[in-house]
Write a protein that binds this ligand. Structure first.
Ligand code: NCD
Length: 301
């Protein structure tokens, strides 16, 4: 198994399957906890906002019997005094047994892994990668459909800046699936990823949700406001897609996933429809992150 979780591209399919298998085993400990990671400390270095990723890592570590230190607001740390990322990482390396880092710079997690001796987990590096989200997405798909192979999956929204869809596209290219990429022209999937898809799985790109063929699953994403260089481009694209009680008809029985947070792309009235599985998906972050932590700490049951 890998020493660090930095990019889904570092994974072979068997590594992914192993984590998903371990996550399933972790389900038995979700409600009452375990002591597998007793005495171990997980550090969280969050240079960007987070609700689910940070809280579910914390919840996962505590359910494993370990404890958590870290920050989510750099203004209370020495980063504010001008300390470099490398020095912050080197310090947290001394204080903990496994480190989770989220930083706006692409490549920051890779750098942290080069500096730290303890395992490093990438919780999002800019627009690049979000591998643990992808693992919980795959776990959710498998749980919902029984298998990933054979599915037709649409990704909708900001495919240019969204790191979740970048990681997920690479991961899905290891399976027997078909992809439909739905985005405004300005926010198409980056070319390095579509080039990779061309070599691996069938996919099409469309702009209008009305043109969506029949799919099994729709993975909706937020337009990533904070990543736009040009605020006008955000204004132009922010309301492109909205799934509500009318437009949901376009999706048929397709399940709807979303890494969350949502802004306006899915109306709240959709939450109670049988299509919506995004809160179940968020819950799946717990067993999957328990599996990742226990694997890296080598404390598997
Ligand atoms: C995503 C992220 O941070 O990339 N959130 C998450 O971790 N679930 C998605 C987003 O911010 O849109």
């Amino acid at each position: 198994m890998l020493h660090d979780i930095i990019s889904i591209r570092d994974f072979e399919k068997k590594d992914i399957e192993e984590i998903l298998f371990t996550a399933k085993k972790m389900e038995q400990y979700v409600d009452n906890g375990t002591t597998l990671a007793k005495g171990k400390i997980l550090s969280m270095l969050f240079f960007e906002p987070s609700t689910r990723t940070m809280m579910s890592f914390q919840s996962a570590m505590e359910r494993l019997g370990g404890s958590v230190i870290g920050f989510s607001d750099t203004s209370t740390t020495s980063v504010k005094k001008g300390e470099t990322l490398i020095d912050t990482v080197s310090t947290m390396d001394q204080y903990s047994d496994v480190m989770v880092i989220r930083n706006p710079l692409e490549g920051s997690a890779r750098l942290a892994a080069e500096v730290a001796e303890i395992p490093v987990i990438n919780a999002g590096d800019g627009t690049n990668q979000h591998p643990t989200q992808t693992l919980l997405d795959l776990y959710t798909i498998k749980k919902e459909f029984g298998s990933i192979d054979g599915l037709k999956i649409a990704m909708v929204g900001d495919l240019k800046y969204g790191r979740t869809v970048h990681s997920l596209a690479y991961a899905l290219s290891m399976y027997n699936v078909e992809l439909v990429l739905v985005s405004p022209r300005e926010l198409r999937m980056p070319e390095d990823i579509t080039e990779h898809l061309k070599d691996t799985i069938p996919y099409i790109e469309i702009v209008a949700l009305e043109d969506l063929p029949k799919v099994d699953l729709v993975y909706v994403t937020r337009i990533q406001k904070e990543r736009f260089g040009d605020p006008n481009e955000y204004e132009r694209t922010k309301n492109t897609y909205r799934i509500d009680k009318n437009s949901i008809k376009l999706l048929g029985n397709a399940k709807i996933m979303h890494p969350l947070p949502r802004v306006s792309e899915i109306a709240r009235e959709v939450d109670t429809s049988p299509n919506a599985i995004y809160f179940k998906q968020a819950r799946n972050g717990i067993p999957v992150r328990m599996a990742l932590i226990a694997t890296l700490l080598e404390v598997l049951p």
